[in-house]
Design a binder for this molecule. Structure first.
Ligand SMILES: [Zn+2]
Length: 191
């Protein structure tokens, strides 16, 4: 059985200076690159997701028409083909072997809502690669990291969330998300 790293949404719009930049996002990008460089043997496969929204519609109400509530509606972010949707330049993408895009015309918080560049689902890729264990890092702890880790647990995998390699929108909801994930069976540990 194999171990995978899930790198969730380490994209320019979610790091400092982006449309929805979270504090600590740049540090996550650099930290994940450092982890992969210093422990090349730790992961058999590296998955990375990108929020990848349409630019000509509100993506199922995901883009706010007025003031965003930052829970269900958000400023325009991660429009496909724009610099904001690209991986943060601090993230070394050379080890990523499964690229996943999600949110085309709809809200999509979990990597499991996406499609791999090979055209399949994440569950299909996990099964094909015989992945039993998943470590989750990225942005944002309280939204897409949370949803992706919960779905990995629901898919029957052993899940760890690496606390020094995640960044959240807000401290309270991020702490609550980690508590929820721990209660759901994830290990909450440093890298
Ligand atoms: Zn989005």
């Amino acid at each position: 059985m194999a171990r995978a790293l899930f790198i969730i949404d380490v994209q320019n719009d979610f790091t400092e200076g982006g449309a929805l930049g979270v504090e600590g996002g740049d540090a996550v990008a650099v930290g994940v690159s450092r982890l992969l460089a210093s422990h090349p043997e730790r992961y058999d496969h590296v998955f990375a997701s990108r929020d990848w929204h349409d630019g000509d519609n509100d993506n199922g109400g995901h883009f706010a028409h007025g003031t965003p509530d930052f829970v269900d509606s958000w400023p325009v972010h991660c429009v496909s083909g724009t610099p904001g949707a690209e991986y943060d330049p601090g993230l070394d993408t050379s080890d990523i072997d499964v690229h996943v895009r999600k949110g085309m015309g709809e809200p999509a918080y979990s990597i499991f809502d996406g499609i791999t560049d090979q055209g399949g689902t994440v569950t299909e890729a996990l099964d094909a690669l015989e992945i039993s264990d998943v470590d989750v890092v990225g942005i944002a702890t309280d939204y897409c990291v949370r949803a992706s880790a919960l779905d990995a647990l629901a898919a029957g995998r052993r899940v760890r969330v690496l606390t020094d390699l995640v960044a959240g929108v807000a401290p309270e909801s991020s702490a609550a998300a980690l508590d929820e994930l721990r209660a759901a069976g994830a290990e909450i540990v440093p890298s």
